[in-house]
Write a protein that binds this ligand. Structure first.
Ligand SMILES: Cc1ncc(C[n+]2csc(CCOP(=O)(O)OP(=O)(O)O)c2C)c(N)n1
Ligand SMILES: [Mg+2]
Length: 321
């Protein structure tokens, strides 16, 4: 692992973690309007994938999308201001957590509807292919979404046309409170790739380096015209399904603790130090930089103006040419 790559992955995971811990506090303080599904514990997935993408590559995301947005290059300030309902948010405070958009960096939207991101990524891949563009589209989605009809339609379409798409299933073992072992005939979702004639890869979704390597190969394939890949990232959310929801009765404390012991940020830190890729000072520097950034971005977001009532009808329909 190159030092620069290792520290970039570490930095981006920490940026997501600290931003969301700040958002969770802000929600308790009444600053967040609407739902807030955090990605805490799953940061390695978006970080490892998005490290290979440029601004013209497109990401289609879910209800649990803060990490995808941040990894794709939306700033903590724009994400926080959006959840705080401010004009400076990436959707001008109109959308909140599940309507984060920034097409300029390829973040094509988080969404409260479970499943369609799979179809949208296939559609974007089709566009790239028709226009002869060298870009890739990525759908991030959960184990729950993989049981939605959109999964079959989107993956099959991408397979037959060899579209440049990554289907990244974040299997965190539950859809809200329903275990995937209950709702899936075969909870090893990567094995479904066989049915579509495309590669299916199982990855430790808490291992940023493994995610980076698997995504690198899938992006290479996509850009080379070899078609889509289904990546199943085995991971876990360590906070409640959504902030403020109860988190008891469907999983055990022991299970949560066993996954916290495999925290993706801690795992990468241990690897960086063990392999002498980076030292404690390097890691402290990243912590200091990210802490200062998130603190400052939160304050600027909280101090930002509300949208004006007179602007309520702007940004509702596309007005550009
Ligand atoms: C089409 C649709 N069906 C149901 C819901 C209600 N719902 C919201 S989140 C969720 C669970 C999704 O589980 P998964 O895809 O595994 O994502 P996770 O929350 O675990 O990240 C469901 C069923 C929805 N938002 N949209
Ligand atoms: Mg899930």
């Amino acid at each position: 692992m190159e030092k620069d790559t290792g520290l970039l992955l570490y930095r981006n995971m920490l940026l997501i973690r600290m931003s969301e811990e700040r958002l969770a506090q802000s929600r308790q303080a009444g600053l967040v309007h609407g739902a807030c599904h955090t990605y805490v514990g799953e940061e390695a997935v978006a970080t490892g994938v998005c490290a290979h993408l440029n601004q013209d590559d497109m990401v289609f995301s879910t209800h649990r999308g803060h990490g995808h947005a941040l990894a794709k290059g939306v700033s903590p300030f724009e994400v926080m201001a959006e959840l705080y309902g401010r004009e400076t948010g990436c959707s001008h405070g109109r959308g909140g957590s599940m309507h984060l958009f920034k097409p300029e960096v390829g973040l094509m939207g988080t969404s409260g509807i479970v499943g369609p991101c799979i179809l949208q990524a296939a559609g974007a891949g089709y566009t790239f292919k028709l226009l002869g563009k060298p870009n890739v589209a990525v759908a991030f989605f959960g184990d729950g979404a993989s049981n939605n009809g959109a999964f079959h339609e989107g993956v099959n379409l991408a397979a037959i046309y060899k579209l440049p798409v990554l289907f990244v299933c974040e299997n965190n073992l539950y859809a809200t409170e329903v275990p995937s072992s209950y709702s899936s005939g075969n909870p090893d979702i990567y094995q479904r790739a066989i049915g579509y004639g495309i590669p299916g890869v199982k990855v430790d979704g808490n291992d940023a380096w493994e995610m980076f390597l698997a995504a690198g190969e899938a992006v290479r394939r996509a850009r080379a015209g070899e078609g889509p890949t289904l990546i199943e990232a085995k991971t876990y959310r360590t906070r409640a399904h959504s902030e403020g929801m109860r988190d008891v009765g469907y999983r055990t404390q022991e299970e949560v603790e066993s996954w916290k012991a495999r925290d993706p940020i801690k795992m990468l830190r241990d690897r960086l130090l063990r392999d002498h890729t980076a030292d404690e000072d390097d890691i402290d520097n990243v912590h200091n930089e990210v802490t200062a950034r998130v603190t400052d971005d939160h304050q600027r977001a909280a101090d930002s103006p509300w949208p004006k009532g007179s602007d309520a009808l702007s940004h509702v329909y596309f007005e550009g040419a």
